[in-house]
Design a protein around this ligand. Structure first.
Ligand code: SF4
Length: 406
């Protein structure tokens, strides 16, 4: 690609798209300067991001066949956009029982799923005595302790691999998940402190303070745990703040190499929330941010846009993504229940028509375990990963193994 806009030649603070497409590093100042370009150069930005993706990730776009296990929807926090959280009086189940968890995981295995995504409310026992009582009666002190036990059960009794996404985690809690979780995750959402000021979406959500989320990510890096994170766009942050969030993620990745994946998720307003009247994130905002995420994170880090939150999701391939994230043939997206997953055949068709091959992956990417990867995953975990995957580290059988489900 030859950039039609020779921006770097005339404006020294703007990066040259040709240089970026060729794999040049994007210094912090240059990344921030992209904001000043506005949408004038959106096509050039996307072209550079797409070239970077092609060079680093080839023509494969991945997804993770998963089941979504909402271990508890009770949460100590209140985010302005959330319909996932429930108070004890609203919840059918304070926590899913071990039998319920195993039933979902086993059903997912029969459909060819390989990821058990545990998404749950943040430490509900710290706000609600009902949650604390349930845990005590079940033999656990904390939600994270119960999560760890459920991950172990799924790891030992099924072919699925847990991916814990429980909110903030301490070193001890991460260490407890590490033997069974080939990766864990927490969305940074935004590094902007403005979002937890009065009236902001995180005013009543102490766990959304950027400092504590970045600390969880840092601890995972120190422990060598492959990590999924991302940003949520359209919740009141500016483009500059998005770039700052991505730079904070990149800083951690440069220190530890553990950021396996960055999700760029678009906000969608939901009725019955304080942000019901906030407009959805616009497609061009998602396009711009995705391309910037690719250019900041570089050509090898996996960049994901969820396909169930956009009508024409295939357009984000042109902005440099190489992953669609978890897609389930069994369970809904409990965080966005109004947004069904695409059928696999449709996802494959749209991916193919854009010129790429769809492949299923595990909740950890091949570079962390396959082809003699030196990444230090626990040995029993690595054995299971290798058993489930082909010589390239993708799920054995490819998309063919799901043909019967469509
Ligand atoms: S987004 Fe997460 S932390 Fe915020 S209220 Fe919902 S469940 Fe709780």
């Amino acid at each position: 690609m030859t950039s039609a806009v020779a921006i770097g030649a005339t404006t020294p603070h703007f990066p040259s798209f040709d240089r970026l497409a060729a794999g040049a590093d994007l210094p912090d100042g240059d990344a921030l300067a992209l904001v000043d370009l506005g949408d004038v150069a959106l096509n050039e930005l996307c072209a550079a991001a797409g070239e970077s993706r092609d060079r680093g990730r080839g023509n494969v776009i991945t997804f993770s066949p998963k089941v979504f296990i909402p271990l508890t929807r009770v949460c100590r926090d209140f985010c302005g956009y959330c319909t996932f959280r429930q108070s004890p009086g609203e919840a059918d189940d304070l926590y899913l029982t071990a039998d319920q968890v195993l039933a979902v995981a086993s059903a997912g295995q029969r459909l060819g799923c390989t990821e058990a995504l545990f998404t749950l409310g943040e430490r509900p026992e710290q706000r609600y005595s009902e949650a604390g009582d349930w845990l005590t009666q079940s033999g656990y002190r904390t939600t994270l302790e119960y999560l760890s036990a459920m991950c172990r059960m799924v790891f030992e009794k099924t072919d699925l691999l847990p991916h814990g996404n429980p909110g903030t985690m301490s070193r001890r809690e991460l260490e407890a998940l590490q033997p069974t979780n080939p990766s864990v995750g927490i969305m940074l959402e935004s590094s902007s402190p403005r979002l937890y000021e009065a009236g902001g979406p995180h005013e009543f959500a102490p766990s959304k303070r950027p400092r504590v989320r970045l600390r969880t990510m840092e601890l995972a890096g120190e422990l060598g745990i492959p990590f999924t994170t991302g940003i949520l766009i359209g919740i009141g942050e500016t483009r500059t703040e998005r770039v700052e969030s991505l730079l904070a993620i990149r800083d951690l990745h440069r220190r530890f190499g553990h950021i396996q994946e960055v999700i760029v998720q678009n906000f969608r307003a939901k009725s019955d929330t304080p942000m019901a009247d906030t407009p959805d994130a616009a497609p061009d905002e998602l396009m711009w941010t995705t391309a910037v995420a690719r250019l900041i994170m570089g050509e090898t880090v996996n960049i994901q846009v969820p396909p169930n939150l956009s009508e024409n999701y295939e357009r984000y391939i042109a902005a440099g993504i190489n992953d669609w994230g978890g897609v389930s043939p069994l369970t809904i997206d409990y965080v966005n229940p109004e947004a069904p997953w695409p059928q696999l055949k449709e996802l494959e068709r749209r991916t193919r028509e854009a010129g790429y091959e769809l492949r299923p992956r595990l909740p950890v990417y091949p570079e962390y375990f396959a082809n003699g990867s030196p990444w230090p995953l626990p040995e029993p975990l690595k054995e299971k990963l290798l058993r489930l995957t082909d010589q390239n580290g993708y799920v054995k059988g490819g998309t063919q193994r799901y043909a019967r489900n469509d």
